[in-house]
Design a protein around this ligand. Structure first.
Ligand SMILES: Nc1nc2c([nH]c(=O)n2[C@H]2C[C@H](O)[C@@H](COP(=O)(O)OP(=O)(O)OP(=O)(O)O)O2)c(=O)[nH]1
Length: 173
């Protein structure tokens, strides 16, 4: 497990839509993104993800199926600044979850996958198109590496990752 990964993120899918959070923090204002946050000491990535989903979306692990999908890492102006664990969750279509909902974190709303992936869409976190297709449609795990310069995403690549046995254990619920 790489300790340089301080965050996690989950894209909760129901049919052809995904539950996104528009955080109220100045750094995220106006930007739709997955749910998640910072890992706490001693938490496994999956324990942390389940806690964040419970806190931010008020769903319990019994409500959805959770899939570990790899990591997103970033280099900013030549410095490797860490990254986040990446998860997908599937919420059954019959599960009632009505939006928009205002929470202490911001606004939660369902967004169509096509809308999120539209390259002209400026309203989502800039690197979501780098990993969302694989996250939804590809069963493999990837490291998605993003390179930023002067505040812009200038390059990215996605490399499949094989999990060793102890990682498979660590990513179980
Ligand atoms: N799409 C995307 N999400 C990112 C990037 N960097 C990054 O931290 N995130 C995600 C990880 C987390 O889910 C979320 C971090 O949100 P935050 O800044 O509010 O975290 P926080 O310290 O408040 O954490 P917490 O209080 O909720 O535990 O944003 C990025 O480059 N792209």
């Amino acid at each position: 497990m790489k300790s340089r990964l301080k965050y996690n993120i989950c894209f909760i899918k129901q049919g052809d839509r995904i539950l996104l959070l528009n955080r109220e923090k100045p750094s995220w204002m106006g930007c739709w993104n997955g749910v998640g946050g910072k890992l706490e000491p001693e938490e496994s990535p999956t324990q942390s993800m389940i806690r964040e989903i419970s806190e931010e979306v008020n769903l319990t692990a019994a409500d959805y199926e959770l899939f570990y999908k790899g990591i997103v890492t970033w280099t900013v102006d030549g410095q490797d600044l860490g990254g986040m664990y990446l998860y997908a969750a599937e919420l059954p279509t019959q599960f009632p979850y009505f939006t928009p909902i205002k929470t202490t974190e911001g606004i939660l709303d369902w967004k169509q996958i096509d809308w999120i992936l539209n390259p002209r869409n400026q309203g989502v976190a800039s690197n979501i198109p780098v990993f969302l297709n694989a996250l939804i449609y590809d069963p493999a795990c990837y490291e998605h590496h993003c390179v930023y310069s002067d505040g812009r995403l200038i390059r990215h690549n996605s490399t499949p990752i094989e999990l060793v046995a102890e990682q498979v254990e660590a990513f179980k619920h």
